[in-house]
Write a protein that binds this ligand. Structure first.
Ligand code: SAH
Length: 446
């Protein structure tokens, strides 16, 4: 097989990223934008040792689940994967992806419940990050740092086309240039937006401290973005893929958001993590609360607690909540959120869960919540948790493969995976969230 070979294959599988896979010339070929069961014609674009990448040329026999993509950028943008697929099929794929990961990567035999779908597949996202480059302002193409120019993103809220239009207009009027990593010229790196009950925050990320025509930028945003509650500058002068730097400057209005989940209110600083889909966050937290099955007597550890959301959601039925989180601003928010919510039985520690948890003195936890980022938990933390012998562990995960790996470690430490509930937090993208209950079966051997 070589580059530019034309192939006709049947799509027999779907990858972790939502791309179709078939076999050609004895090799697996990954073909983006194809659906399970379709017969397609394509061209080989890259050959690796054991597999190849193809580009779709023609769908010869379409899947009955194929639909016309609603997003005009779908076939270029790397954000979503399922706009050409009926939502029901996407949900089936997500349930299956979790099952496959748990079985194959973790040898976990627990039943995986069908994913809970989201009522809104558009406009659900409360956060946007648009890279600014010489190719335009938009979203990265798949597996790439090439920017696809977009005027709106339909999974995000209504404000995003207005924010983009306002920033574009300001850039054009005042000759503002994107930052060029190679030459170091220009300054604009990203447009970062977040929205919540209190309004819309827009943050302009620059490579240099100087922000030219800043008053004009604020005027343009205030005139164009209904519901704007704050305009910020963030300075990121590092050579990095991380969007935000550490330094913020308030240009206008508020420097944080307030949002609510259920009856609770949360203050969110721009550097603090907050779930992107509010409606489904409630579904997820309700499930975590159900799995925690608190009676009012339990000590709960909320590890990777962010701004304290999950622990505070359960604090009313716990004896005490102990939160650990590595981002200092998030811990500050968590403490303020205790006050906002009238919660007195929580305490917070800033640092990594793996460093702080082994040092915690006092009562052992009865229930431990784990909600790590995509890379999952350090093995040493899982051992620390097992050693404290909580009755139940509730693991909230945004990546099935690392979840599977960590569940295997916990099973080997005397915990049994009892229930797995995937929740669709990210419709139209290949990502899927899971809430998992583990129960202790024996005394820990370490
Ligand atoms: N439970 C929260 C946050 C989950 S996101 C919520 O539902 O909103 C994961 C969080 O883990 C982020 O806030 C991130 O800053 C934090 N984090 C990442 N690595 C960590 C580590 N090693 N120890 C503690 N917290 C960590």
């Amino acid at each position: 097989m070589k580059k530019n070979d034309i192939f006709e294959i049947e799509i027999t599988g779907t990858t972790d990223d939502g791309d179709g896979v078939g076999r050609f010339d004895g090799m697996a070929v990954f073909v983006p934008y194809t659906l399970l069961g379709e017969k397609v014609r394509g061209i080989i674009v890259k050959v690796m040792k054991n597999y190849a990448f193809g580009k779709l040329l023609e769908v010869i026999e379409p899947s009955p689940s194929r639909i016309k993509a609603e997003c005009e950028y779908f076939y270029k943008c790397g954000g979503c994967r399922f706009w050409n697929t009926e939502y029901e099929k996407e949900l089936e794929y997500k349930t299956q992806k979790v099952k496959d990961c748990l079985e194959r990567l973790g040898r976990i035999s627990a039943e995986v419940r069908p994913v809970v779908g989201c009522e809104r597949v558009k406009g659900y996202r409360n956060k946007g990050q648009f890279p600014v480059s010489k190719d335009g302002i938009g979203i990265y193409a798949q597996h790439s740092h090439r920017v696809v120019d977009v005027n709106r993103c339909i999974i995000q809220g209504d404000e995003n086309p207005r924010v983009l239009a306002a920033v574009r207009s300001w850039m054009t009027k005042h000759g503002i240039e994107p930052y060029d990593e190679e030459t170091g010229s220009g300054s604009l790196r990203h447009i970062y937006t977040r929205s919540g009950d209190s309004g819309i925050l827009v943050c302009i990320v620059t490579a240099t401290a100087k922000l030219p025509f800043e008053k004009e930028l604020v005027d343009e945003l205030r005139a164009g973005v209904e519901g704007l509650s704050g305009a910020l500058q963030n300075i990121n002068d590092k050579k990095t893929n991380v969007v935000l730097g550490k330094k913020f400057r308030t240009l206008w209005g508020q420097d944080h958001l307030i949002d609510s989940i259920g009856d609770l209110k949360f203050k969110i600083s721009p550097l603090s993590f907050y779930q992107v889909n509010k409606e489904q966050t409630k579904v997820l937290y309700d499930k975590a609360k159900e799995f925690a099955a608190l009676s009012g007597k339990e000590v709960v550890w909320d590890l990777y607690c962010g701004i304290g959301t999950i622990g505070q959601y359960m604090a009313g039925t716990a004896k005490k909540v102990v939160g650990i989180e590595v981002v200092p601003q998030a811990i500050e928010n968590a403490k303020e959120n205790m006050r906002l919510n009238g919660i007195q039985n929580a305490e917070y520690y800033c640092g990594t869960a793996e460093a702080i948890a082994p040092k915690l003195r006092g009562e052992k936890p009865d229930v431990v919540i784990l909600d790590p980022p995509r890379k999952g938990c350090e093995e040493s933390l899982l051992k620390t948790v097992a050693r404290t012998e909580p009755k139940r562990i509730v693991y909230v995960s945004c990546k099935p493969s690392t979840l599977a790996r960590d569940l295997r470690v916990l099973e080997d430490l005397g915990y049994k995976t009892v229930a797995v509930q995937p929740v669709d937090m990210f419709p139209r993208t290949p990502h899927v969230e899971c809430c998992v209950l583990l129960c202790r079966t024996q005394h820990s051997s370490i």
